[in-house]
Design a protein. Structure first.
Length: 385
């Protein structure tokens, strides 16, 4: 039997693919419902794969995962909006970033188009840009919770898989047995997909000690007003390519709401709130910041933006006159991994296999988009070898 620790999008996708291939699978999830953390609280955007360097794992799996996810959603009759995305420039420097993204798109096999201000208004009437914008047709939007629920049904429908909610992994007892909140469970293979706690699970097995998760909280707001009807898909700013964050953006949900966010403030706990974990988090942050001072500047700017200037951020990428912004309860915590020994923020997915144990770390954006392709990759490259 295969035990998968974590019922987020990555854990459920891997479990589903294992069941499809005839394996018996047990998924453990410590929460009492699906989608409590990052997998259920992202923008619902199905990314195209243009942000990531050619030949990186993120690029490969995002491009393939975009197609897989959209096909899966259509097959299951789940909500899907296929209105694409525009990435706008705020100044001359952003135009250079758009050129880099256009080249990455070409190398990654993603269709994009550089459009002028007039064409931009046709695609996204409220978007505004400095000279030109990048239009990415293949970007789409869905409801993450409905996707998670559908994957759970796929796992359990034929009786080969089971998702246990409210069951917490505690520690390994041997090479083939773990202790959980519901007692001992034996396994032939254990796959760690614990998301924000993936480093702690790995450390309990004595693995991946150089990797520590430095959580970043992403808060969302909602735009309201008659003009939201003009927002068709997604309006993004040109990102800072030196950082793994995409910037505050506006996205249409299948329910018709326009969510704005997320920002990326340093979280003082893995659940997004102040906790005793601050004693673990601050040393990691300071160690990283010593070698990467830009991280300090970014975290400070994002914190100020959260409390004082979210409207100013939006004004730079779209026309918000007549619209109101209201707080949303929606937020996610990014399970960003740093290499503590080297003081480096990791950009790509990290997979480690030790015997019959597989650890998946840094499964951050575009993990939701990539998940079905990622499941194939994990099973073919790690599980079956």
């Amino acid at each position: 039997m295969v035990v998968v620790c974590g019922a987020g999008i990555v854990g459920l996708s891997i479990a589903r693919e294992l069941v499809r291939r005839g394996f018996k699978v047990l998924v453990l999830e410590k929460e009492n419902r699906l989608g409590v953390h990052a997998s259920g609280n992202n923008s619902g955007v199905i990314h195209s794969g243009i942000y990531y360097r050619s030949k990186s794992l993120k690029a490969e799996l995002c491009v393939k995962g975009n197609k897989y996810m959209k096909n899966y959603i259509k097959e299951k009759g789940l909500p899907l909006i296929e209105n694409g995305k525009v990435i706008v420039a705020r100044d001359e420097r952003d135009l250079k970033t758009l050129e880099i993204l256009k080249e990455r798109a070409r190398l990654n096999g993603v269709k994009v188009e550089m459009v002028d201000e007039r064409e931009l208004k046709r695609i996204e009437p409220l978007a505004k840009t400095f000279g030109y914008a990048l239009y990415v047709e293949s970007t789409a939007n869905t409801d993450p919770i409905k996707v998670l629920e559908s994957l759970k049904e796929d796992i359990e429908i034929e009786g080969k898989g089971k998702v246990l909610l409210g069951v917490k992994f505690i520690k390994p007892l041997s090479k083939n047995e773990i202790l959980t909140s519901e007692g001992k469970i034996g396994f032939d293979m254990f796959i760690n997909c614990a998301g924000i706690f993936a480093d702690k699970v790995a450390h309990k097995f004595g693995d991946a000690e150089e990797y520590h998760i430095l959580p970043f909280k992403g808060s969302y707001w909602e735009l309201v007003g008659d003009k939201i009807a003009y927002i068709k898909g997604n309006i993004y700013p040109a990102p800072n390519l030196n950082l793994p964050f995409l910037g505050v953006h506006a996205s249409r949900s299948p329910a018709g709401k326009i969510f704005v966010g997320p920002n990326a403030t340093l979280s003082l706990g893995r659940y997004g709130n102040l906790s005793s974990e601050i004693l673990e988090i601050l040393p990691s942050f300071l160690h990283l910041a010593l070698k990467n001072p830009e991280i300090i500047r970014y975290a400070y700017r994002e914190t100020i933006t959260k409390f004082l200037g979210i409207f100013r951020e939006l004004e730079r990428i779209m026309d918000i006159k007549g619209l109101k912004i209201i707080p949303s309860k929606k937020f996610g915590v990014r399970s960003q991994v740093i290499n503590f020994y080297e003081g480096r923020m990791e950009n790509d997915f990290i997979l480690i296999k030790r015997g019959n144990i597989i650890h998946i770390l840094n499964a951050v954006s575009p993990a939701f988009t990539s998940s079905l392709a990622f499941a194939e990759y994990v099973i073919d490259r790690y599980f079956l070898r």
